[in-house]
Ligand binder design. Structure first.
Ligand code: MRU
Length: 374
């Protein structure tokens, strides 16, 4: 069975409620752009590519099921207003803003005066984004796996162990995944010895989502807490000898600085210290040439309770109820909390940016030329 975060057919959209994973697999219906906005804001759906696709398709189902105006210009205004609203749901991942910009262009280019023509053009373009994301991810996986096998000592000998952070798999995208797609591809080629995933505090995307995907796909894998990463990189056991760290991205600036889930920057520093490759895997929709460097990226700050409270299945001392989730406080009452959802890894710590059209490396002056992939 293939893991699917997004189930779509024309006029119907369902998302896997990621707040309930790994304890229960429940799908929510999305009927409109308002439903999509809430699903994104509340983190029921997440991951940069998935957010963009749920937003685009949420509006598509609304347009299919709604009686829209017969006048093209009025439908265009409606779509543009809804796209602007959807972009306000979360600020850091650029894929959503990129999708909105492209969809506005599609509807702007419709010459017909019929509202129906605008609606059809929008829906087709949104549906195409779903299809493209899966094939882009498969290509990211292929390029990333080839690069790792060619550019690491362990890869040249035959098999690598990799560490990844946050969730970048089928649940964070339309399917297959970016960084986790690279690990899937290494596994499919017989080149993966072992995968490690970090817990990814405070929201635990690693332990709840990535671990769920690794178990689902029967990929040999081990979970570590974020604080164990340095110790893991020092280990020299046959499986633990990490050849590289591969992560996803929420926004890659023109100079290669990369915003990704909080904790990514620490891993990049650790990789450099231990002489381990550090790779970012992202579709070109995550590369934002308008953002010059990481300093220009807005980092979302989230509620402190995500740090002070932890959710888990209810345990009454006798049985573990997997259907019911309980929240438990794990911090002193009254403590102040800083909870940035992302951090920025400077380009100098990144060895390669894996895209669907190949791996971008720095030139001899240490500069990424990301404009070359467009
Ligand atoms: O806050 P989230 O759960 O949406 O964050 C997800 C991440 O940071 C992912 O690592 C990133 O979006 C890459 S998605 C393939």
């Amino acid at each position: 069975m293939v893991l699917q975060a997004i189930k779509y057919s024309r006029g119907q959209l369902e998302i896997l409620d990621q707040l309930k994973l790994p304890h229960s697999e429940e799908y929510d219906h999305i009927y409109s752009s308002t439903d999509a906005w809430h699903a994104i804001k509340e983190m029921r759906t997440r991951g940069a590519p998935a957010i963009a696709i749920v937003a685009a398709l949420g509006l598509a189902v609304e347009l299919v099921n709604l009686k829209t105006s017969p006048v093209a210009e009025e439908v265009k205004v409606f779509i543009i207003e809804k796209l602007d609203y959807l972009v306000t749901s979360r600020p850091t991942a650029v894929n959503l803003a990129d999708a909105a910009r492209k969809l506005k262009k599609v509807v702007g280019n419709v010459q017909s005066s019929e509202g129906e023509a605008v609606r059809e053009a929008y829906v087709k373009a949104a549906e195409q984004m779903l299809v493209d994301d899966v094939s882009d991810n498969e290509n990211i996986g292929k390029h990333g796996a080839e690069w790792i096998v060619k550019n690491t000592e362990a890869g040249k000998r035959g098999q690598v162990s990799m560490l990844t952070h946050c969730n970048t798999g089928s649940l964070a995208t339309a399917g297959y995944g970016t960084a986790l797609g690279v690990i899937r591809s290494l596994h499919a080629n017989g080149s993966l010895k072992h995968a490690f995933c970090s817990e990814t505090r405070p929201y635990n995307q690693g332990s709840r989502l990535t671990a769920f995907e690794l178990v689902h796909d029967q990929i040999p894998a081990t979970l570590v807490t974020d604080s164990m990463a340095a110790a893991l990189l020092r280990l020299k056991g046959p499986s633990e000898n990490i050849a590289g760290i591969v992560v996803g991205a929420d926004r890659v600036a023109a100079n290669g600085d990369t915003a990704n889930k909080i904790g990514t920057y620490s891993l990049a520093i650790l990789a450099r210290h231990h002489g381990v490759k550090f790779l970012v895997a992202a579709p070109r929709t995550t590369i934002d040439l308008q953002t010059k460097s990481g300093e220009d990226i807005t980092i979302e700050e989230r509620p402190g309770k995500e740090v002070t409270l932890i959710k888990g299945p209810r345990h009454d001392g006798v049985t573990l109820d997997l259907g019911v989730v309980e929240t438990v406080s794990i911090a002193a009452n009254g403590i102040g909390v800083w909870n940035p959802a992302f951090d920025v890894t400077p380009a100098e710590l990144i060895d390669g940016i894996i895209t669907e059209v190949g791996v971008v490396e720095k030139d001899s002056d240490g500069v990424f030329h990301l404009d070359k992939v467009f």
